[in-house]
Design a binder for this molecule. Sequence first.
Ligand code: KMH
Ligand code: ZN
Length: 278
Amino acid sequence: MAPTLITVAPTGAETAKTDAPGLPCSLDELVSTAKACEAAGAAVIHVHVRDADAAPTLDLGRVTASVEALREATDLVVQVSTGGAVTDSEADRLRVLDSGPDAASLTCGTVNFGTDVFLNRWEFVERLFLEMREREIVPEFELFDLGHVATMRRLLDKYGAPYGGHVHCDLVMGVPGGMPGTLGALTACVVALPPEATWSATGVGRTTIPVLLAALAGGGHVRVGMEDTLTFAPGQPVRDNAELVERAAAFARLAQRPPMPPEDARVMLGVRSRTGAR
Ligand code: KMH
Ligand code: ZN
């Protein structure tokens, strides 16, 4: 069986530091989290950045400093979020592509997000795709609903392959307003993907473990982290991101699909090598 690509999403943009003290918000916290998660089996880090007050920010200087520090300290594939927070503008979300990442998230449609709306217009999705290709950034297609799979296919039909030549998606399940974190929803998406695509799945909140197990059983990969889950078990808050990666790696080993090292993840995803030659 193939190894498991583990992505860690350590911070997100929607949780306050005061509500989750273990959330990595400063650059030092982000880097030490990344090192611990790499040691625990992660190969990719999905990065949201916070400001000096721990509020979410897309400030280009801060995002670039985070990308550079993560590169310096780890071998992880560095994937910046272009989703930002629900309140961020399209211009700010596009600008993070200038931070020099290996990869970036690309959400393929609008979705209700709790009491908010995570807005992703078709023209904006097209622009993100094209600007990533121009900058040699590998997209990770974020799919919160079955309709987002159709939108990703429409994008690929219109423009061809992304930079790197490979299609990798993340099924984000269990967001209030998106698809549920169920085996049925996961299967409906997986059968609708292009046959050559690889995929991860993320179960938000209490769907974390069922989605993790379904992804491992279905030949997919996994994303875990405090962006998506703040409760380790009923009544037990998550201690830190490494705890979530350790658990995912343990499940992956039990499934005889051990964690994929970052260098193999680069090859699978079509990400540039650190020397610039793929
Ligand atoms: N914060 C969410 C509204 C992404 O990073 O690309 C969007 C999000 C997706 O987290
Ligand atoms: Zn995110």
